[in-house]
Design a protein. Structure first.
Lengths: 245, 245
DNA sequence: CGCTACATTTGATCCGGGTCAAGGTTTGTC
DNA sequence: GACAAACCTTGACCCGGATCAAATGTAGCG
């Protein structure tokens, strides 16, 4: 359920099978816990465009994204829609204590999830305080990321919104030193739905950022950026955390 | 930290001293837990307009709002600001496992908090899985409410935003049958900062809703509404949960 | 009460991004 | 490789809400 965070998150590049990640340095799972998770896990895949869970529908599993990209969204009665979260590999889906999803969950690309049936997963939470506490930390991280997106939706210009989105994606998928490159996991329409814009505005802002040399577009779905600082300057960066009283 | 939720929340009208509420039917605290909470609690008050915690500053306590109203906000470097949460009586402040606040916390009116020092509160969480699990449920509720606000910020018109805000307030403070009445805990400026609007637009929309007979304004800070259904119709209500597949 | 400071409302104007309408590109299929 | 169906870009125009500017409350306070 983790939304794109501007800051590198502790949950990025984690284990895609274990919801308590990262597995590589998994201080949160002991062997018994991992074995218990392995026993109840089950892989499922969805095709791009398919709905995984409808808005308001029962959610009878928890899951970790293994490959692909899914979106969380909410809608108004007249069809207006807002994507409220992106799910990328290692992100978690699930609401311990809740039987239904308040959001639609849709496959933006082909998606594979590692799912855990509700009952045994919640039983595991009861038995493993460390897993429960890790889940709380993840939820709080997600809350912070969601509120950061509120600032974007409420106060940023179209150009800043697009720059922020690209920067978040590049930061999340960046490997090694620049120039950075990433494939957009969303169509223009989905990007617009995520940023509170229209598809035309997203397209115009991408073109404008390219013409201004801030980013490169390599085909429709690939973005490059040689200078993340420059992109950050376009994103209306938030107050630095270092501004302590 | 609970944001206004459109739906009556399980955390509304709870105990203002105990972060694991509601106290009256407190299935979550046993006597030992309440005694432990009582032992570490400490009341503090702030005047309207004072900053309780700066953005990015250390947050060395958890707390429950006893009286008054506080805001959570994030800012951009150039001063643009977005309120990302309202704190009303019984709402909780705190980030177990995190040493600093990503948001500014400010007193919108005179505020009294029931605070718990960080270390003993976290120790209590370790010892009481029920409190920890309750905290997780509260965080997930808050995440839902925050995402609902994202839909408002990204997709609703100015009139719908103001109607949604008033409806949430009236729902939260409503007592008995109508006509409903509530005091606005925020100034026009703060409402604008919460809704992603300007102060002038908020004022115009309030005037317009009053002229159309949807609400009444009794002085600057008191709102009345005889027909919440009507107000709901103005708020661009979300898809009903009953729309299950 | 009258004065000051501030909050709110109202009016006039402007502009960023939405809407509508083509036109161009990419992808998939046979 | 031709065709269709999406998807994306670009242009022209418009409108909701921002901005700028007064005017009008309203709340302290001597």
């Amino acid at each position: 359920m983790k939304l794109q965070s501007i800051r590198p998150s502790t949950t990025v590049n984690g284990c895609t099978d274990c919801p308590i990640r990262p597995r590589a340095v998994c201080a949160h799972c002991n062997d018994a816990e991992l074995v218990a998770l392995d026993r109840i896990k089950h892989y499922k895949t969805w095709k791009a465009g398919e709905t995984i869970v409808h808005e308001g529908a029962p959610l009878d599993f928890a899951a970790s994204v293994v490959t692909g990209c899914a979106t969380l969204s909410r809608s108004l009665e007249d069809g207006r829609r807002q994507i409220v979260g992106l799910l990328l590999p290692s992100d978690f889906i699930g609401r311990p204590g809740r039987a239904r999803s308040e959001h639609a969950i849709e496959a933006a690309s082909d998606v594979t999830l590692c799912t855990f049936r509700r009952a045994p997963f919640e039983a595991l939470l009861q038995e493993s305080p460390r897993i429960a506490s890790r889940l709380l930390a993840m939820s709080l991280d997600e809350l912070d990321a969601t509120r950061e997106w509120m600032l974007l939706l409420g106060r940023k210009t179209a150009r800043e919104k697009v720059a922020t989105f690209l920067l978040a994606l590049l930061r999340r998928t960046a490997t090694g030193p620049g120039p950075y490159r990433t494939d957009l996991p969303l169509s223009r329409e989905e990007i617009a739905t995520f940023l509170g814009l229209t598809i035309e505005t997203v397209s115009r802002q991408l073109t404008s950022l390219r013409k201004d040399g801030v980013i490169g577009l390599d085909g429709l779905r690939t973005v490059t950026c040689a200078d993340l600082q420059r992109l950050g300057a376009e994103s209306g960066a938030e107050v630095a955390e270092a501004l302590l009283p």
